[in-house]
Design a protein around this ligand. Sequence first.
Ligand code: AMP
Ligand code: ZN
Length: 112
Amino acid sequence: MSADCIFCKIVNGSIPSKKIYEDDDVIAFNDINPSAKVHFLIVPKAHIDSLASCEAQHQSLLGKMLLLAPKLAKEQSLAGFKTLINTGRDGGQEVFHIHLHVLGGGDKPPKA
Ligand code: AMP
Ligand code: ZN
């Protein structure tokens, strides 16, 4: 838990979210400012700044996040979807708690 981190606050429930999935390791919730008809985020409960901070010990967690994407996309009735991880300010990352974006559901594929 990082005191100033908005996603840690969502994980611990002190900030509300539209949660679509939770287990011991990860949480998924709808993006507050969606870029597609369906746009949710898959977030580890443990605070990790970014993909650039990940190490070998995070391999299974990262795999779990990726494998959750098609499962949750199917539950959201998406026939296809886009996944995205922004890394670092130059990579467009705004929230420095690693998260996997999952987008889909419009007439056209979502823009990355
Ligand atoms: P990124 O630019 O990859 O760091 O993406 C951060 C994402 O978090 C953006 O798409 C925001 O709309 C989203 N976001 C920020 N605050 C919240 C929140 N309180 N609940 C849900 N999504 C949020
Ligand atoms: Zn955090």
